[in-house]
Design a protein around this ligand. Structure first.
Ligand SMILES: [Zn+2]
Length: 350
């Protein structure tokens, strides 16, 4: 069972029962406010549905690994609530149309497609009704996982077509008490709760102590990136990356959190918003790269995950990732960052 769901015994039992039966409903609605771990629960369920192992989600089969890396061909995320019809982008209705076309496709790998739809409670009525039509005539080979923060803001007709699982917000006292029950330190319980909301997809397999260790190693890698010596960086890759194994997955997860936290800091968010608030001390404003650096880093990390899932050689993939980041970082020095995401700066200005 996932680390973050340890904090939700009731939701955990419900999800475990659903997974044990393996008789998937056409749609699930996972309801929980920010900080409740609802994204982690969605990732757990998606992985369990697509898993080909004996006790889903086994975490070791090819499907589980691809889901963890965010590159399973039958897993998709559609976020109509995040779509804005500005700058020629598609709006919520267009996203739902694309979702309907996607659901008409046969699964690529296994027996079904899984689609995660975050923020369904934020949809305007027209988009919510378009989504409702999809739920009224669910395609046989697909499972939809809807997540919402506020279940009372969801159309009753949508909720009634889903199996609903509630994840209550964990207050500090509950976190501490549950952490004590599970022999988790309070700080670890808080860390898990924060990681669960980070939507990394990898969060579901993390153990706090190992995650902290991997995060510290990211700090060492960051120093190497900033030092600007490609040789030293590749020497680290050579000794630290043994191959495609659990340690590498954990390090990549921690590095993803590092980039995410960096992006939040660069966007002016307070330290409390970070998975690892310590990062604010490690990267003071004077040494903080602009948000475009972290955004590009997240893209590069996703590419690395895809290459690894396609059997890319681990040392080569991690080496490419870090060397590109080192070049990005060097270009940012001396003011005026000219990274590949110049569209960010253009968008802001116009
Ligand atoms: Zn599996």
């Amino acid at each position: 069972m996932t680390s973050d769901l340890r904090l939700h015994p009731r939701a955990r039992r419900r999800l475990e029962a659903i997974v044990a039966h393996r008789a998937w409903a056409p749609a699930y609605l996972l309801a929980g406010p920010v900080g409740s771990g609802v994204e982690g629960a969605a990732a757990y369920l998606a992985k369990a549905i697509l898993c080909t192992g004996n006790s889903p989600p086994c975490g070791v089969c090819a499907c589980c690994r691809q889901v963890a890396a965010g590159c399973h061909l039958d897993l998709a995320r559609f976020a109509p609530a995040e779509a804005r019809r500005t700058d020629g982008q598609e709006g919520p209705i267009e996203v739902i149309r694309r979702l309907i076309a996607h659901l008409a496709l046969r699964p690529s790998v296994g027996q079904r497609r899984v689609v995660v739809l975050p923020g369904v409670d934020l949809l305007q009525p027209a988009a919510a009704n378009a989504l409702l039509k999809t739920l009224e005539e669910p395609p046989g080979a697909a499972v939809l996982i809807l997540t919402v923060r506020n279940p009372s803001a969801v159309l009753a007709t949508i909720a009634s077509r889903c199996q609903v699982v509630h994840l209550p917000l964990l207050d500090e006292a509950t976190l501490t008490a549950r952490g004590a029950n599970d022999h988790l330190a309070a700080a670890d319980a808080h860390l898990l709760a924060r990681v669960a909301t980070a939507q990394t997809g990898l969060a579901s397999t993390l153990e706090p102590a190992r995650l902290r260790g991997a995060w510290e190693e990211c700090g060492a890698v960051w120093s190497l990136l900033a030092a600007g010596d490609p040789g030293a960086l590749l020497a680290w890759v050579d000794t630290a990356v043994k191959g495609r194994d659990d340690d590498l997955d954990l390090w990549l997860a921690a590095f993803g959190l590092w980039l995410r936290d960096g992006l939040l800091l660069a966007a002016g968010r307070p330290a409390e918003a970070l998975c690892f608030p310590e990062l604010a001390r490690r990267l003071p404003a004077s040494r903080l790269p602009p948000s475009a650096f972290f955004e590009h880093g997240a893209d590069l990390l996703l590419t690395a995950h895809r290459r690894l899932a396609a059997n890319g050689q681990a040392k080569l993939v991690v080496g490419d990732l870090l060397l590109t980041l080192q070049r990005d970082l060097a270009r940012g020095e001396g003011g005026g960052y000219h990274g590949p995401l110049t569209r960010v700066a253009v968008g802001r200005g116009g």
